[in-house]
Ligand binder design. Structure first.
Ligand SMILES: Nc1ncnc2c1ncn2[C@@H]1O[C@H](COP(=O)(O)OP(=O)(O)OP(=O)(O)O)[C@@H](O)[C@H]1O
Length: 253
């Protein structure tokens, strides 16, 4: 079963296309990376999937359903996104409890207190953080809250937009380990934007490489062992990242 299929997806802002004819098919349970330099269109693909970028042509489907047929609430229960910046993505005047309860309230789901407690422990946060505000948390703790919020509705597909790049190097590996564990525990599908190839080696099964709005190559993450890429741009990106074989079992940070 495909978790996410994009066919010939072109996305524009104000009539100017920034993603051109992208096609990707991600299997259920797969962890898939979108890589490429800044401005290549990676986040725009995530924005089109979530509905934040509305000018698109082509076809998108989520677990076999055409994207445009999914109502907002159905989509939210299937697919959630974690953003790069846990500072900007959490409301400054809402406690962790309020942030985590909100999706349950909106969707009419009960047993909220138990669910919030369980969510905190599943992202490795002590219960004492429950009634704190974002400014009372570290960057890594905030990102744990953002991940917990994304999990509240038990989605099957997670879109991760550079989920660790705003964090201190010392906590990046912790968050990547957390994301990896959660995916295994819940059989989640990940589509992750990153510019960090070692992160791809650690977290992902396959990668699509983007250059100037186009997917130039789709390769297994194991190609990072020896740089066996077909496309010149991908090889240049690999060389720029150090070009060394990455141990996929080791922490990248
Ligand atoms: N809201 C917007 N309106 C107009 N143009 C935009 C908008 N957002 C992004 N763009 C443009 O679309 C192109 C692709 O941007 P996008 O953010 O998707 O790239 P990216 O690969 O995710 O880069 P980064 O790694 O820097 O986030 C860029 O040229 C960018 O300037």
């Amino acid at each position: 079963m495909s978790a996410l299929t994009l066919e010939d997806l072109t996305v524009s802002y104000d009539g100017v296309a920034v993603v051109h004819s992208a096609s990707i098919d991600i299997a259920e349970g797969e962890s898939f990376a979108l890589v490429g330099e800044s401005g290549s269109g990676k986040s725009t693909i995530l924005r089109a999937i979530t509905g934040l970028a509305t000018e698109w042509t082509g076809a998108m489907s989520v677990f076999g359903r055409p994207r445009e047929t999914l109502r907002k609430s159905e989509f939210a229960r299937t697919c959630q996104m974690v953003f790069q910046d846990p500072y900007g993505s959490l409301h400054p005047r809402k406690t962790v409890d309020a942030v985590l309860s909100e999706p349950l309230k909106v969707h009419g789901i009960g047993q909220r207190s138990e669910k919030v407690r369980a969510a905190l422990s599943s992202v490795g946060l002590d219960q004492r953080f429950r009634f704190r505000f974002p400014h009372q948390l570290s960057g890594g703790q905030r990102q744990r809250v953002a991940i917990a919020r994304a999990l509240m509705l038990e989605p099957k597909l997670m879109l991760l937009d550079e989920p660790t790049s705003a964090l201190d190097v010392s906590v990046q590996a912790e968050i990547l380990n957390l994301l990896k564990r959660i995916r295994a525990e819940r059989n989640l599908t990940y589509l992750m934007v990153t510019h960090n190839l070692p992160v791809v080696g650690f977290m992902c099964d396959r990668m699509a490489v983007m250059n100037k709005g186009r997917i130039v190559e789709i390769a297994p993450a194991t190609a990072l062992h020896d740089g066996s890429f077909e496309d010149d741009y991908t090889r240049a990106l690999y060389a720029a990242s150090g070009g060394t074989a990455h141990d996929t079992e080791a922490d990248p940070a």
